[in-house]
Design a protein around this ligand. Sequence first.
Ligand SMILES: Nc1ncnc2c1ncn2[C@@H]1O[C@H](COP(=O)(O)OP(=O)(O)OP(=O)(O)O)[C@@H](O)[C@H]1O
Ligand SMILES: [Zn+2]
Length: 763
Amino acid sequence: MSNCCNHDHGHQHGKNHDHQHDHGHEHNHDHAHDHGEAVSTVDNIKPSSLTDSEEAVFFIQKMDCPTEEKLIRERLSNMDGIAAMQFNLIQRELTVQHRLPSVEPIVTTLAALDMLPKVKSDTLDATVGIDDDDHSASYAIPKRKWLMVGVAAVAALASEVIAWTTGNDRSLSVIALALFAIAVGGVDTLKKGWIALRHLSLNMNFLMSLAVIGAAIIGQWPEAAVVIVLFTLAEMIESLSLDRARNAIAGLMAMSPDQATVLQGGDWVNVSAKQVALNTEVRVKPGERIPLDGVVTNGQPAINQAPITGESMPVAKQSGDQVFAGTINGNTAFDYRVTAVQSESTLSRIVKSVQQAQGQRAPTQRFVDQFARYYIPAVVAVAVLVAVLPPLLFNAPFYPWLYKALVLLVIACPCALVISTPVTIVSGLAAAARHGILIKGGVYLEQGRLLKALALDKTGTITHGKPVVTDVQRLSDGDEANLLTHAASLALRSDHPVSAAIVAFWKTQQADAIAKDVSDFEALTGRGVKGNIGNSAFYLGNHRLVHELGMCSPALEERLLALEKQGKTTTILCRDGKAELLLAVADTVRDSSRDAIAQLKTLGVSVTMLTGDNAHTARAIADIVQLDDARGDQLPEDKLNAIGDMIEKHAYVGMVGDGINDAPALARAQIGFAMGAAGTDTALETADVALMDDDLRKIPDFIRLSKKTHRVLMQNITIALGIKAVFLVLALTGESSLWMAVFADMGASLIVVFNGLRLVRSL
Ligand SMILES: Nc1ncnc2c1ncn2[C@@H]1O[C@H](COP(=O)(O)OP(=O)(O)OP(=O)(O)O)[C@@H](O)[C@H]1O
Ligand SMILES: [Zn+2]
């Protein structure tokens, strides 16, 4: 198992669990996601900072179109000391890994591109951006801009109308009105076009400027004005629709209230939820939303956890139970103690994770970006040929062909195509998060549809994972109560569900018994535990353990078989080489598991149970949920091998497990699912897809969402390219005017954005 972490399976986050085998509490996960939360302080600059790369995040309000991304990428990649860049157009964020002594040169370069960057975080300077508010307020398009576009539109229309009624495109009033419209509505575009030209970067602003100047040169003044106003309007609408996509994520966060009622000096007072510190007592009234994560201290509320888990059936809570920020209290008031500050709440981490997930490019996005790279130059080359060749070769009139070339330039904008993918992915990620499915990367959302096989473990996945002792049988002439105390004393040291069941049973049987001291305790993977009590060596574990120790017998095996056939898990206590006590525990199957497995079969996914429990018990449980393929006695390395075989056979394989004992197999599968992630940090962080509650039916939901996402992506690519193709033909045959081309481009952008946004409501 030591080689479990060497597989090259394309997962980006550190899945190197240094796990212990006893379902222990102290597994050291080695995760690499501290970005954003600057760790170093100003006077604590590491000497290694010149070899290690630093990271800075910039918020760039003007960066909302792929053309801007291209320009920035070209400029920055030429700079010394820049290691890598990640663009997030929807959040308008640029993350740069660099080896510069300060981010100043980056800021200067961005400012020179008229990008007005704002440093959000900087590993060189922890003080940056700490008390900044969210930038959402600054997203809004200023009223002034709407007004200017409105005025420009009126002027452009007036110019068009006068030209049309007088039949003169070049009268003084027409030109004056058009110039006015261009000046008021189009300076931004022309300015950006000029910047692009200076940096020899072919982008949309450049193409548009060229088209407008070209139209003016051939005397089409009204057209020039209409085109630039339409383009400005299109950009504004596009930026608004992107805001919708961003809001799909921000909306998740809006579910947690701003105010909390906290205990301060004996009084309950209202304070801002942001300022509430750890361990504060908070009171929640009936029907109120819970402001922060915590554990119940007083009261027995029933809580609608839909904002986290997607499941709105109220969950009964009592003292010691976890509650989550954003969830909704039922009819009883209760108090609780805060266990995480607002920015660390489960909900905040879901939001952060979704934002990060959409920052990583999904495969389709990479393809589209690649395509756009060749597409613009190709169209420009065609446009040049169209303008030049017919007049040169066939003596055709120059102006009409130049006009056609200008239309081609307008068509060259790949915005609709490029923007459609991230919007679709974000919508899908947000829809999933609302439904209690946290997808850790666009890749998984896009490729979930490929899942052909799924492996599940049994304990806690198919079953509730809370077994209870059903049978106790003495195997020797020892005192049963005393033996039970010994078994419980060992079991107390482990948090394996079987051990937990034994401890719980012992407490009900012997309320005031005292546990024995255990020395040399050891957990034995897939077998049980061992330890010394007094002068005796004890083992507590399953059939495999007893058999390997040579303490088994045909008589014992007969007893075991009888219990296992009933779906019970058997555990034997051995003392000094002799089996003494037999305990059987039974776990109950979750109602949702059977339905989930049926749905998966309908989706064409072959489901396999891989469990460390014995084969007979595995079979009995599998029969209840109608699972054909159930494999018992699986040690962690067996599970790993089983996943390997499944990958060979089915290519794309998922695994659902507890993430501790199953970590290697989970890492090997293309998609590792964790269940019940709301309460456990490790599951939330290490899984590829985390189901916030324990409902396996979320997996078929996830697969269906993935299929839908894929469909929408394909539709969007078809729409975006289709409209371009149509206009390419129309332009060449002279049927399309400039403004029609701009209009079509705007339409295409809007259609794909809204088509993508449909996904938000699709689960
Ligand atoms: N700490 C323990 N206390 C008691 N029994 C144990 C312990 N650890 C392992 N066992 C025994 O070994 C078996 C296999 O354990 P393992 O942890 O591999 O699987 P599991 O968690 O029970 O099942 P699954 O693989 O379905 O999650 C258990 O069913 C149990 O009988
Ligand atoms: Zn045996």
